[in-house]
Design a protein around this ligand. Sequence first.
Ligand code: 3SL
Length: 254
Amino acid sequence: CDIGSLKSGVTQRVKLFIYHTPELTPVDKVPECAIAVDVLRATSTMATVLAAGGEAVQVFSDLEQLIQVSQSWPAEKRLLAGERGGAKVPGFDLGNSPLDCTPDRVEGRRLFISTTNGTRTLQRVQNAQTVIAAAFINRGAVVKYLLEMQPQTVWIIGSGWEGSFSLEDTACAGAIAHAVVEQTGLPTDEIAGNDEVINAIALYCQWQDNLLGLFHHASHGKRLLRLQCYEDLKYCSQADTLDVLPVQKEPGVL
Ligand code: 3SL
């Protein structure tokens, strides 16, 4: 079947490429659509902020630059979120816990955020035509976008930890790819642009009923547990709870 599946009405072929870390993405090209994943916890936090009525999320890899740019924004309309090594940056309003991003805190405000890995991933692919932030909690909204808009080349990029693979990001990439396969009815081999897609789908299928259990095996899950963030892990392990699509409006702003 050369023109896709009747199941979803997909008429063009989508090719998914999964990269375990931002450093592994090709440097000489950009995809039509780039999906940045940092399940624990940056992209979960971003989805939560936007679902709770945040005006926007602006990402920075550099803390000094974040402070400088945020100062041009009215004080009552901004929130500064900073995380390094899992902990809140001293002097910032928030760390990187999605549970702190309640509507009373974030509604109408712009979140200026810098985290160890997730914000770097978004910056790495900011020149793609479309840039999206994805986590388990908004997986369904991301898949819906892919099926409706039908970008032909899609990169799903895990944030990892300082250049290393992370289980939870690759499992989430696999969850997105798995849903695309299921909902288009296209064979996995037709959709997979690289072997990582097959691998990530297998990882997700093994753990889909126990994502929290997977997080307990993950090195960053263990790091967050040492920092008493069990409730964050629990929250981030829920699939499809937020119908929100954090999509880049201008470079670095979702
Ligand atoms: O690495 C990151 O970008 C963060 O999401 C890490 S943490 O979960 O806030 O510790």
